[in-house]
Design a protein around this ligand. Structure first.
Ligand code: ATP
Length: 231
């Protein structure tokens, strides 16, 4: 059972460098961040500022050099590969700009795949998601037979099907035209709210970041809280 007294996500002094031919490149230089359950946070910053790097660390997809990264009180830096993979499968939903759907699986199979792998498949919840994402009736179609907006709605459904505690979204509307992007963003935020999970979303767009509860900018390896800027 989740320990509701500890923050969902807690980063302290998180530091990450990459080896490059020119020497070590420090991308994250002592990141402190707390995200409570159900909170939404936009992560902004120049291209190359380290947004994807931070998201990969939070998702347990890459290791860090120093500091602490706790998800629901569990220190990710102390987990070996298998428990880390399990934590990622069961507690985190990932949404990418490029959808990353499985082309050989139909809509229903794509939506339920991660939930089944995690042993968290709930047919009623998945049917509800298909309905809310306006994909009901399209269950037997394959990704290539869907519009960009439908594909991204399916990717959102796949992330939420597992009933995650945290959704990590990297430019989830970046591949869509303005109208489709607005509709997809609204659905994502409504579903996140309905399910009560937390959201960390990378975006370059102030308009996309605006409805989220908190807004941060990554610059020179540090996080700057910009939530009240222009408010
Ligand atoms: N595996 C790697 N090896 C070396 N350098 C890397 C590696 N991954 C990322 N970098 C560098 O780290 C920096 C941060 O990259 P990152 O992808 O996190 O930026 P970003 O803010 O997400 O950028 P964008 O908005 O363009 O997606 C960049 O300078 C990038 O070139």
């Amino acid at each position: 059972m989740p320990d509701t007294d500890t923050p969902l996500l807690e980063c302290r002094g998180l530091t990450k460098s990459f080896a490059t031919p020119q020497g070590a490149l420090t991308v994250l230089d002592g990141i402190d961040l707390v995200l409570e359950r159900g909170e939404s946070l936009a992560l902004m910053g120049e291209s190359g500022s380290g947004k994807s790097t931070l998201m990969h660390l939070v998702a347990g997809l890459d290791s860090f050099d120093r500091g602490s990264l706790r998800l629901g009180g569990e220190e990710l830096g102390e987990l070996s590969d298998r428990p880390l993979a399990r934590l990622r499968r069961e507690r985190i939903g990932l949404i990418f700009q490029q959808f990353h759907l499985v082309p050989s699986l139909d809509v229903r199979a794509n939506l339920t795949l991660q939930a089944r792998l995690a042993g968290r498949f709930d047919p009623d919840w998945c049917a509800h998601l298909l309905d809310r994402l306006e994909l009901a009736g399209l269950e037997r179609r394959y990704p290539e037979q869907l519009s960009g907006g439908q594909q991204q709605r399916l990717a959102i459904g796949r992330a939420l099907a597992v009933r995650p505690e945290l959704v990590l979204a990297d430019e989830p509307t970046g591949n869509l035209d303005e109208r489709a992007a607005g509709a997809v963003l609204e659905l994502l935020l409504n579903l996140i709210d309905e399910h009560g999970c937390a959201l960390m979303m990378i975006t370059h767009s102030p308009a996309v970041a605006a409805p989220l509860k908190r807004r941060y900018r990554l610059t020179h390896g540090r996080l700057v809280d910009t939530t009240t800027d222009g408010a």
